[in-house]
Design a protein around this ligand. Sequence first.
Ligand SMILES: [Zn+2]
Length: 215
Amino acid sequence: MSLILDLIFPKICYGCGKTGDYLCSKCQKHLIILNTKAPKNGFDGGLSLFKYQSSIKSAITDLKYNFVSDNSTILADLMAKILKSNFPNLVKYWHQNNFILVPIPLHQSRQNWRGFNQSEILAEKLSQKLNLNFSNQIIVRHQNNSVQARLKNIKDRSINVANIFSLHQKSGNLKYKNFILFDDVSTTNSTLLSAQKTLKTLSPSQCWYLTLSVG
Ligand SMILES: [Zn+2]
């Protein structure tokens, strides 16, 4: 089936336009990999893998707005590959300390409209590849982010996201755990900070963040 689909809808590289894959091996080598961030703003550490530009930006845009959800597999593969090769000790540390990968949730109305949450798909696939715990039942988003998108001012955004998440009703037994908040793109970090604030009510031992890219 996928062979037939590949013939009808060939995968085209976001970097060079060559057919065969969404991100060919040559273009993967040209991606600039970013480094880990020291503890800041209540996070025990953080990592955004790539800049939100060129082929990564095109891939995320296609995933979010053109519903090309099968490119999530190559993005998750790419993240797993880079994390294992460039940050092996960090992956080992997360693994040994039972960190739970927690995707930033979409508001239910947004998820219903899109049909999926791209961060959730990416985080779940990544957790399988890295053998990490995963849960989409720890935090929920009670405020729609369409309001957020209309606010141009960074300060307005930060105030606006102050309280957009709440704990999931099943999160009660998750005290003192280690979490990694996951998002596809972070721009001002205000969404991650807001989610962290909600997670902190569970008194986690550690709270990290991981994003595929940073804008
Ligand atoms: Zn290419």
